[in-house]
Structures are given as C-alpha cells and as structure tokens.
Design a binder for this molecule. Structure first.
Ligand code: 3PG
Ligand code: MG
Length: 394
C-alpha cells in the first residue's frame, strides 16, 4: 500500500479525506478520538510543507446545508490539537473554499464544510457523484485517503475522487488495515464477536458471514431487540425496526445452537434519561411501557465470561446507552473482560471508541482500537471496501 511516505508533497495541494464524524454535545466536540487519529497524517503533511485541504462529513444531514452538522467546531478542535491555524471557509467547492485554497501556502491547513451538505456526496447516481468529485479534485495535486471509518461508503469523496487522481493512503488507513488483517487470516480461537450499538440496519447483514466465521456472537444494544422479538418476546418501547425481525429469525435458524447469544436480562426505563427510574427485568418480562437501555447484570456476566476465555475478540457497538451512568454497566463489563483476558482484542467504531474513552479505559489495553465501526465490520468479513478498491485502482 502506497502511503504519504512514498510521495513528494512539498508545495503541493493535498486533499485529505478524513473521518472526523465525532459526537457533538451542544455544539462542542464530545469525543475527539477521530480527530486525534487523523493527526499523524496531517502533522506529517504540514511538516513537509504541503498545502493541506481536509474534507470530511459529520452526521447524516441529508444532502442540504444544516448548520447543526457544521464542521466548524471540528475545525476549531483540530486547530488546537495541531497547534496551528485551520482556515474554515464554510463551504465545500464554492468561491470561499476556492479562495482559501488559492491563498494557502506550504504548511497551511484549510478545512472544507461538511461534504454531506451536497447531495451528490452520497448519491447513488455515478454521474452526479462524478461531477462533485471533479470539483473536489480540481484544486488538488494529490489525494490522501485517511478516513478509514467512511471507506465502506461508495461516496464521491471516498470512492470517486481517488479514481480521478494520484492517490495514496494516510497513516491511519495504513495502521487500520495492518491491524484488521489479523482478523481475516488465521484467527486464534475461540473467536468471539460482540455486536451492539444503535445503527442496527447498517450492521445487520454482517450476521450472515459472521455465523460462518465466529465461534460465538454476543448481541447487545439495540441490535438485540430484533432477535428477542424473533424469539417471540415482547420488547416494550425499545428501539426496534420491525423489518429486521424476519431476518433475525433466519439468522437464529442458520446459526449453531448457542452460537448467537442474546441478553437474558435488561435494564429498562420509561425513556432515555438518567433521571428516569430504571430497573432490571428478565428479557421475557419487558413491560409494555418500558424500553431496554442496557443489558442486565446476568447477561453482562455471561458476556464477560465468554470474552474472558476467547482467543480473539472483535467488539463493535456499545451494549447500552453508556453516555448515561445508569445504562453504562454492560458496556463497562465487556470492556473490562476485553482488557483483562489474554485474547487479541479489537474495538471498532466511533461510538464504541468514545465509550471506552468515556468509561476511562486505557486504549493501550486493547490490541487495536479502530476508528471505523461499519468499515471494520465489513473489512473483517473479507469484503472489499470501496475506498480501498479505489486506492488500489488509482
Ligand atoms: C461512522 O461514523 O461510522 C462513519 O463516519 C461513517 O458514517 P455513516 O455511517 O453515517 O456513513
Ligand atoms: Mg459507523
């Protein structure tokens, strides 16, 4: 894999696709893990006198400008961490961005506004993405792919731009690919996969190939509800996409007995609030007016035991609403089991990374902390990520 170490960058305009999709809290960056993960590449490029243009997305604004999703707070945090000014013209390919890029000198950094303010970024139409990609590419001499967490998206900035120009990987992408390859070759068994989180639809089709690869799949977070519903249990007001119940039933049928493990108890409350009264109930006794917000203590102990005796563990997605103290115990238990055992452990995802940092874990206690959730999950299934395919082709 060619990286920025292999190319001349001095005085050149370098377009870096980063994944700076970080959680915000009242307009402030709540966890800067992904920004920090982008620093090795950005520091090296500025240090070597490149004119750096950073592009990224934030959230899912739906193809139009929505300032709640502006990258402005991210640009400010990046400036602090880099210890240099980051110019933020506030548009993507318009006049202001062009002017800021034209005015930049060696070592300067310009950050474009949220790519997803333009509907072409995520369009299914090749022409529309291609046109946008041409505009993004036009001021740049070189493209650097460093947004590992978005490389599973066939989006203009991830896929179409690198097909159009000289492109190399950044250090984050290189490190991610090197670490995650260990989960695609010979795997030390038992191989335990822990899945949770809220983006259920995105990750659901992973079960098909995980059943063929993993010895045990432990399911928590919102991911558990379609499976509990498929077993005929009532899930109260829990986050549940009805369309996934049939698929969950098919996965349960296809898996070996006990291969997919579901929570047997849950922490429930009437709403997502730390103040709402909460209690532990059996998974088959979720009250009609309550929602499951964490796995219960019995499930947490069972999951921790499975993780503790594993040879390899891949974990994507928190077990509950870890941001609120009453619903953080399941996620903490899985984290403790991962750092306490002898397995090669990989944690993946923006939220999962944020969770382990928020709960006070030392990242160095894990084998690898991936910035990508969906991306790492697709990678370990042996799928070709569009962003990596485009790099190979360029
Ligand atoms: C992520 O947070 O998983 C990546 O930044 C990709 O975002 P997306 O799931 O909205 O495409
Ligand atoms: Mg994701």
């Amino acid at each position: 894999m060619k990286t920025i170490g292999d190319v001349a960058v001095e005085g050149r305009c370098v377009l870096v696709r980063a994944d700076l999709n970080v959680p915000l809290d009242n307009g402030r960056v709540a966890d800067d893990g992904r920004i920090r993960a982008s620093l090795p590449t950005l520091t090296e490029l500025t240090g070597r006198g490149a004119r750096v243009v950073v592009c990224a997305h934030l959230g899912r604004p739906g193809g139009h400008e929505d300032l709640r999703y502006s990258l402005a707070p991210v640009a400010a945090r990046l400036a602090q961490l880099l210890g240099r000014e980051v110019s933020f013209p506030g548009d993507i390919t318009g006049q202001a961005a062009r002017a800021a890029i034209a005015a930049s000198g060696p070592g300067d950094v310009v950050m474009l506004e949220n790519l997803r303010f333009n509907q072409a970024e995520t369009s299914k139409d090749d022409m529309s993405r291609g046109y946008f990609a041409d505009e993004l590419a036009s001021p740049a001499d070189l493209y650097v792919a460093d947004g590992f967490g978005a490389m599973h998206r066939r989006h203009a900035s991830v896929y179409d731009v690198p097909l159009r120009m000289i492109s190399v990987a950044g250090y984050l992408v290189q490190a991610e690919v090197t670490a995650l390859r260990r989960l695609t070759a010979e795997i030390r068994r038992p191989y335990v996969v822990v899945l949770g989180g809220a983006k259920v639809a995105d990750k659901f089709d992973a079960f098909g190939s995980l059943i063929a690869r993993a010895d045990r799949i432990l399911v928590g977070g919102a991911m558990a509800f379609p499976f509990l519903a498929a077993r005929g249990l009532k899930t109260g007001t829990s986050l549940l996409e009805a369309s996934q119940v049939d698929a969950a039933a098919r996965y349960l049928e296809r898996a070996a007995p006990g291969q997919i493990e579901l929570p047997s108890d849950l922490v429930v409350a009437a709403g997502i609030s730390a103040e709402a009264p909460h209690r532990v109930v059996a998974a088959d006794a979720i009250p009609a007016d309550q929602m499951g917000l964490d796995i219960g203590p019995e499930s947490a102990a069972r999951f921790a035991a499975a993780v503790g005796t594993a040879g390899t563990v891949f974990w994507n997605g928190p077990m509950g609403v870890f941001e609120l103290a009453p619903f953080a115990a399941g996620t903490r238990a899985v984290g403790q089991a991962m750092t306490g055992g002898g397995a090669f452990t990989v944690v993946g995802g923006g939220d999962t990374g944020a969770a382990i940092r928020a709960l006070g874990f030392d990242e160095r206690a894990f084998g690898h902390v991936s910035t990508g959730g969906g991306a790492s999950l697709e990678f370990i299934q042996g799928r070709t990520l569009p962003g990596l395919a485009a790099l190979d082709a360029s």
